[in-house]
Write a protein that binds this ligand. Sequence first.
Ligand code: MG
Length: 368
Amino acid sequence: MDFPFDEPYYLSGGRLQKGLDCTIVEIHTDAGIVGIGESCPWGNTYLPAFALGIRAGLEILCPVLIGENPLHIDCINRTMNKALCNQPYIKAAIDVACWDILARKANLPLYALLGGKLCDSVPLQGSSSFSMPPSGVVQRVRKFRERGYAVHTIKIGGDTIQDSMACIAAVLEDAKPDERFTFDANGHWLPGEAAVVMNSVRDSRVMFEQVCRTMDECGEARQLSSAPMTIDESVETLSDLRRAHAMGVAQRFGLKLGRIGGLSQARAMRDFCVAHGIQMNTEVTGGSIIGDTAAVHLAIATPPEINRATWDCTQLHGCVTATGGFKRDGGRGIVSDKPGLGLELVPEVVGEPVAVYEYGKGICNGFK
Ligand code: MG
């Protein structure tokens, strides 16, 4: 499905996104239980992941998964990993749909299987696209503030580091005392440039995210600045997270279900963060209410002092693919106690499947 954005969205380096291409997966079982998941990369330039890659990967994965037991989710992931090396973004939708099936089978809301209800609601995070002059960014932050959002991420990284510093200064001048801000460079700066920007800001409400492209470069920036940092793009596996923690490269980790392959890996990474006192964001790389709802279920089941906020991609577009998902209550997200994700697809929105793989028929009607 295509989700056109309400307005264009810029990442650092002039990377423009006008909408997202999302793949929704529905798994039917012989017991009549149906699970839903989705995978949605942020375009083609954010991560080594792209939407057509998901459909190509499903052509490989679906035939080997038919007939497997979706309740045995680690077995499902081992089967997927034997059939296709790495590329967790392709596997995320299947993993989430299996968790949905398991929770529906147990007749429990998904959060109960992920640790239980550790809080009634979770903070939502507004996400503001970069633009110059900074007044446009300030306006976008104000819109989220009016809706009750107190946590903001702001994309920075223009032609010069002075552009970024001007943007940060304008946002902070307009900020409220109880708000928190993450300025996200999406890997745009060299370590020395990152340090100049970070050292120019002294504000306890501020963190900087993925200031350089690689973990090693972020580590170099870490040596040059004491500003609080978070890392997301360069952590794809639990091993990456362990390395980032050992390097002391970041005080916070941004967990995105699509990047790491779904809820199974996310749960393991969440547990690592809890064990080591690392704050984290819990969200998706992109998508609709299906992905957002899965992220909020995990966030509800995470200690509130560890879970900082959840960015909801549905704030950027009006495509409602399912009912019964997470709801906004001001700047906070809540989920229902219905079994599983609690979602029902909206048939007139999602339309007919573009590919169907069926057990026992010996044929697959793959993507055209
Ligand atoms: Mg980020």
